[in-house]
Design a protein around this ligand. Structure first.
Ligand SMILES: Cc1ncc(C[n+]2csc(CCOP(=O)(O)OP(=O)(O)O)c2C)c(N)n1
Length: 332
């Protein structure tokens, strides 16, 4: 059930969330461009500076900032194959992350992981290309936090498509039985590749599944930063206080295709037209409510562009690993 926005962000938190969304958006725009280098006019996934698939998160930025604004470095976040907005909001270094995406020596994992496997031990951030896996991994981290007696919480981000995997049920059940400091954030962008939520999922709101585990479940409508902030604060404070896990499902939008190159021909025209850019919505409101001036917004845009430019430059200048690097730091 949706609750009122009982917790309101401070001005500083609002500015942090908005600026972070801008950085994420500028980043995704630039990475999307770089990804296509060498892959057009004939799409060849192996060509260009960033080989492989690329899943961008434009439109989903509110989910990342509304949750991560409540976290510190000790708190663990496990994200999905669409991880950039969450990594940025968790404070992962943009240079090292970009070098990882480019497969370079200075990357977070010396270029071995790529864009779906970003791993930052210092920031307690990781992600996985295996759909649904974030849920089990984060529950494990929540168990570790509890056993170690720390007051860290663990957050799994997952898509609405992923929660039909068995691991969702197994993990949520254990998290509830063991009363773990865990929050499951479901980014409901309505589509699992080209399969709509309606056709894959028996009930409209996955947050209602919380009843099956005897824990709180909330659905936040309309990609609303304020609503996400409030719901996440409730769930994270509850987890930190030792009161157990929660599920939050957030109605969001995937502003582009499932991966770069997906033309989204399967999305109804009315849905495409109804999509509202959350950054425009938030920026307009912050200016209207005198939290920011138009000049301050313009300065934030410039700052975001500079950070992104520096990160891409850093990654491009980082050496490509030697061939024998492929055999180091791996399980055999
Ligand atoms: C276990 C597993 N099954 C299938 C895939 C292929 N796959 C990658 S993303 C995706 C859809 C995920 O949808 P959702 O969880 O809603 O996340 P979204 O892409 O919308 O962010 C699928 C089926 C995979 N990576 N892992």
């Amino acid at each position: 059930m949706m609750k009122s926005n009982e917790h309101q962000p401070s001005e500083d938190e609002l500015k942090w969330m908005y600026e972070n969304m801008l950085i994420s958006r500028k980043y995704e725009e630039r990475i999307g461009e770089a990804y296509l280098e060498g892959k057009v006019p004939v799409f060849n996934m192996t060509k260009g500076p960033i080989p492989g698939e690329m899943h961008l998160s434009n439109g989903q930025e509110p989910c990342a900032v509304g949750v991560c604004v409540h976290l510190n470095d000790q708190d663990c976040v496990v994200a999905t194959h669409r991880p950039h907005h969450i990594a940025i909001a968790k404070g992962v270094d943009l240079n090292a992350m970009t070098a990882e995406i480019y497969g370079r020596t200075d990357g977070l994992s010396r270029g071995k992981g790529g864009h779906m496997h970003l791993f930052d031990q210092q920031k307690n951030f990781s992600c996985s290309g295996i759909v649904g896996q974030s849920i089990g991994l984060a529950v494990g981290q929540a168990l570790a936090a509890k056993l170690q007696g720390s007051n860290a919480v663990a957050i799994a981000f997952t898509g609405e498509g992923a929660v039909n995997q068995g691991l969702f049920h197994e993990s949520l059940n254990l998290a509830a039985v063991w009363n773990l400091p865990f929050v499951c954030i479901i980014e409901d962008n309505k589509w699992g590749v080209s399969v709509s939520k309606e056709t894959s999922t028996a009930i409209p709101r996955n947050s209602d599944r919380a009843q099956a585990y005897g824990i709180p479940g909330e659905y936040v409508e309309n990609n609303d930063v304020w609503g996400i902030y409030s719901a996440a604060k409730r769930a994270i404070e509850r987890a930190r206080a030792g009161e157990g896990p929660s599920i939050i499902e957030i109605e969001t939008i995937r502003m582009a295709g499932h991966f770069v190159g997906d033309q989204e021909t399967y999305v109804p025209k009315a849905e495409l037209e109804a999509r509202q850019d959350p950054i425009t919505v938030m920026g307009d409101r912050l200016i209207k409510e005198n939290v920011l001036t138009a000049d301050e917004v313009a300065a934030m845009v410039l700052n975001a562009e500079k950070k992104v430019k520096d990160a891409v430059e850093f990654a491009s200048n980082s050496p490509i690993p030697e061939g024998n690097e492929a055999l180091k730091n791996i399980f055999v």
